[in-house]
Structure formats: C-alpha cells, structure tokens
Design a protein around this ligand. Structure first.
Ligand code: AMP
Ligand code: GLY
Length: 441
C-alpha cells in the first residue's frame, strides 16, 4: 500500500527521517515536509509552513490527509499539534501538549521524577532571583558548583554549567533578570552537578509498552575534548557500547517504564518518541532531561542502523496499547554495524551565524561512502540545485561501518570532501572507540 507521510521540521533529524523512509519504502511512499530544507527536495515535497505554525500545519494536514504526521522538533508538540491533529482525525506521532511538558518545563519534569522515584540530580526551583542567588539555598555542597536551567523551551541553550560562583550568578542574572529567554526563564531549576558518561536513550511508546532504539552518544560541547559552549549536538555515535545488557535492563526497569507508567497514572498517557538524556554515574543512572522527540544529531546515527519499517511501526502504534503491537514487537537493527555522525557547523555556531555560503562536495562525500543529511541549508533560487548555508548546524555526515574505526573514517572522509566558507567541526567524534578497534585489529 502506498503511504503518505507529513514530516514537520527542517533540520538534520528530519532529513535523516525522510532519507530513512524513502530508503525503505522507495516508490511506495509520498513524503511531505513542512517546512523541510532545500536539501530534501529530491525526496520530499516541501511546504512553506513553519514548524511552530500550528494553524498552518493543521490546514496543510487537512489538505494532504497523510497516513501519519511525524513532528521532528519539540516545539509543535509542546504547542499542541498532536491534540489538534487528533481532533481532526489525523494520526500524529508524539504526545499531546500536557504530556509534552516533560520537555516543555524542566520544573514539571524534575517534580514528576521526584514523585515517581526516578533518579535525577538533587534540585530546587526558584522564581525569585534574590532567593536563587543565595548559595545556602542551592542543592549542592557549598564548595561545589551547581547547574542552572531555565524552566521553559530555549532551543537547547537554556542550561548553564558555570566554572565558578560568579558565572553561576551571571547565569541567574541573564535568565531571570535580563530575560535572555523571555518567560521561559521566569522560573529556574538549580541542580547538583553530576559526573559520569552520558547516553541518549530513545524509546518509542504507545503509552504502555515501549520499544527501545539503540542507545547513542551525542557530543554536546562545541569544541574538541568537550570544551566550549553547550550546543544542540556536534556529533554522535551509535550504538553506545557502554550500555551493557545489564545496564540496558536497569534503564528500562528503573527509568523508562516508571516514566511511562507514571505519566499514565497521572492521567496524561505518553505516546511517541521519548528521549532520556542519561548520566551514567558511579553510584547509578540519573535522568538529566527528557525530550519528547528523537535527538538531533542522534537520529542521523540511529536511523541508518534500522532494519525495520519505521512508518509501519509508527502507524501500528497509533491506536495505543490496546492492540498490543508494541508489546510483541522486537525491532531489528543492522548487525555488527556502527554509525558515526559528524556535524559540520558554521564557525560562529552556537553564538551567531553567517548565511549564504555556497556548499560544494556533497556528491563527493557520498562517493566516499558517507550519508549526508542537510540541516541549515537553503537554495538561493527556487528549484535550483545549489545549496547555501543557512543556520548554525549545516550538515550531518554519517559513516556506517563494520566497527567504529571504519565508520569514523568514512564520516571524516565525507566531512573533508565538503566545502563551504566557515566550515567547522569537531575532530574527535567517536575517537576513543575508533582507537580501540584499531588496536584490536
Ligand atoms: P539538559 O538540557 O538538561 O539535558 O542539559 C544539557 C546538557 O547539560 C546535558 O546533556 C549535560 O551535558 C549537561 N547537564 C545537564 N544537567 C547536568 C547535571 N546535573 N550535571 C552535569 N551535567 C549536566
Ligand atoms: N542532541 C540533543 C538533543 O537532541 O536534544
């Protein structure tokens, strides 16, 4: 049966989703994107509707009548696209606005975790900057530094990890007094700083059963060696080999299922992708954050390893747990295969951007075996083939190989083949794993 999908968003995650659906369904799928990006044109029909224009998206979905709508970013979900489409009888992957508060409000997420005994960093909520500045009120020992988080959506920029107390006070000032993020900073969470290693653990759930995707690691900091500012993600690798079967079980039993049961218990059952940002610390696993969607750039590393029909999975689960489809399903993944994704960014990212630089070499990168997912790109002329830069993270370049060494080589060969003025990327994505394989080989 020919399927029609509407994908909301226009970044690398959405480009990877489009590619994956096209790769598995070929002529049996019609893909629409709102707004998409110019690099997706050969695979999808693009509609000039922004991802946060809920009325526009509903009108488009009504016109297209897709089998399924797949929102990529969090904003349309937090704004209620899922509820609105469901009122129109159109299937949409993702939680309603109330459940999307797991990402839309750090305060909601932290209190939810506390209510359901899901381990997370000790925290306190502040709505008065005077109170927030008092060290003695912080949930960490006086000699330790806290993490400061704006409550609402800040496009991945609302978390501050200060290097000293003055930076912590500056962060409070920026968020609560100078209103760097508007009302999203009316309240903040101050929490203890954890150390360990991070894992992006994404599941797909129908509100009762959950199927895990392969655990992934994302590189949040801008510069090599995890230096520099926090970003949306500068690279990723998949699967995360540190997640042993025992840890995997612990994550499912102590974190994933209690979250899904907790949401159902509170009368706001959660459906769709749910991303757990985890810190694997010496004394256990902590949830740093929930995201109500797939990760970006994680999707660019995970999706190429899928060996199942994503669209059928999403459609099958739309009716909820009653059909027990997710209970009985086991997703197939490409065996003995690793993926490494390198994000090519504009040198000014994440603090600024320089648009309009011509991008060359994508075909050359593909010839070197890499997959290239377009993110911050546009086309200077309607219908033109040329791509130019338009935003911070420009392209995701993914290498797939029999191990991390091979996957990393392909990803970097692809990254080097691509040229645009201001191209900048981390050189250490999956480096420790590639070296490990080199030694074993
Ligand atoms: P969040 O949006 O809450 O995931 O935070 C973004 C990034 O900040 C995370 O991926 C971590 O790298 C870092 N982070 C957040 N909370 C903490 C914490 N309590 N301790 C250490 N690092 C953190
Ligand atoms: N890469 C982190 C995120 O998608 O939130």
């Amino acid at each position: 049966m020919k399927r029609k999908t509407l994908i909301i968003g226009g970044g690398g995650r959405e480009a990877a989703t489009v590619w994956m659906i096209k790769d598995s369904l070929g002529p049996n799928v019609e893909i629409h994107c709102a707004p998409g990006n110019a690099g997706m044109k050969p695979m999808a029909e693009l509609w000039n509707v922004r991802a946060n224009d809920i009325d526009g998206l509903c009108a488009l979905a009504k016109k297209l009548q897709p089998d399924i709508v797949i929102p990529g970013p969090e904003e349309p979900l937090v704004l209620g696209i899922s509820d609105r489409l469901s009122d129109l009888g159109i299937a949409c992957v993702g939680p309603g606005a109330e459940a999307a508060r797991l990402e839309g409000s750090k305060v909601f997420a932290k209190r939810f975790m506390r209510r359901h005994n899901i381990r997370t960093a000790a925290f306190r909520v502040f709505d008065d900057p005077k109170e927030a500045r008092r060290f003695d009120r912080w949930p960490c020992a006086p000699s330790r530094l806290p993490v400061i988080k704006a409550d609402g959506l800040c496009g991945g920029k609302g978390v501050f990890i200060p290097n000293d107390h003055n930076e912590a006070l500056d962060a409070i000032e920026e968020i609560m007094v100078k209103k760097k993020f508007g009302v999203a900073g009316d309240r903040i969470v101050i929490e203890e700083l954890l150390s360990g290693y991070e894992c992006s653990f994404i599941v797909f759930t129908d509100g009762r059963y959950a199927v895990p995707f392969l655990p992934t690691t994302d590189y949040k900091r801008r510069r090599d060696g995890d230096e520099g500012l926090n970003t949306g993600g500068m690279g990723a690798y998949c699967p995360n080999p540190l997640i042993t079967p025992n840890l995997h079980e612990e994550i499912m039993e102590d974190i994933v299922l209690p979250t899904i049961r907790g949401m159902a218990f509170e009368g706001i059952p959660y459906r769709g992708f749910l991303y757990f940002g985890l810190m694997i610390a010496e004394d256990g696993i902590y949830v740093l954050e929930y995201n109500v969607r797939m990760g970006d750039p994680e999707a660019a590393a995970i999706l190429p390893l899928c060996d199942f029909d994503l669209v059928e999975l999403l459609i099958a689960a739309i009716d909820g747990p009653a059909n027990e489809i997710l209970r009985n399903i086991k997703l197939n993944w490409r065996k003995n295969t690793a993926a490494v994704t390198v994000v090519l960014a504009d040198e000014k990212y994440p603090e600024g951007r320089s648009d309009g630089e011509t991008i060359a070499g994508i075909e050359k990168a593909k010839k070197r075996g890499a997959l290239v997912f377009t993110a911050g790109v546009s086309s200077p002329s309607a219908g033109g083939q040329t791509l130019v830069t338009s935003g911070g993270r420009i392209l995701d370049v993914t290498g797939i190989g029999k191990d991390f060494c091979e996957a990393q080589k392909i990803a970097y060969a692809g990254a080097e083949a691509i040229q645009f003025k201001g191209k900048n990327y981390r050189k250490d994505i999956a480096e420790h794993l590639a070296l490990l394989h080199q030694q074993v080989d």
